[in-house]
Design a protein around this ligand. Structure first.
Ligand code: AMP
Ligand code: ZN
Length: 112
């Protein structure tokens, strides 16, 4: 499959890793939009939030259970924002479910 995040998981494309376990990988965004900008992805390919079901949603709970630790390890010590973009109107560019962790400064109150 021609998925850049699956290639990062497979080690075919390098990444600046922040955290990894058997189910998920967290790495720095290549084009950071805040002083702290980390992406957290499941190791299984799920296209976006629209594909989350009762059967595969445990991975989302696992990701959120690790967010407090990953955010602080990455340097977001005073709060952060979690974003997932999905589909055309969500302006999703990489079609592998990912959660952006943004922090390290006071973010805009605007979200869209
Ligand atoms: P989205 O617009 O939500 O699909 O976000 C995709 C994100 O992936 C963007 O913030 C990109 O900067 C980031 N990105 C794309 N390729 C890479 C890469 N090779 N390593 C790290 N981040 C990447
Ligand atoms: Zn993928």
């Amino acid at each position: 499959m021609d998925c850049i995040f699956c290639k990062i998981i497979a080690g075919e494309i390098p990444s600046n890793k922040v955290y990894e376990d058997d189910q998920i990988l967290a790495f720095r965004d290549i084009n950071p939009q805040a002083p702290v900008h980390v992406l957290i992805i499941p190791k299984t390919h799920i296209a976006c939030a629209d594909e989350i079901t009762e059967a595969n949603s445990a991975i989302v709970a696992h990701i959120f259970s690790k967010i407090p630790m990953i955010a602080k390890e990455a340097g977001a010590n005073n709060g952060y924002r979690v974003i997932t973009n999905c589909g055309e109107d969500g302006a999703q560019t990489v079609k592998h479910l990912h959660f952006h962790i943004l922090g390290g400064k006071k973010l805009s109150e605007q979200m869209a």
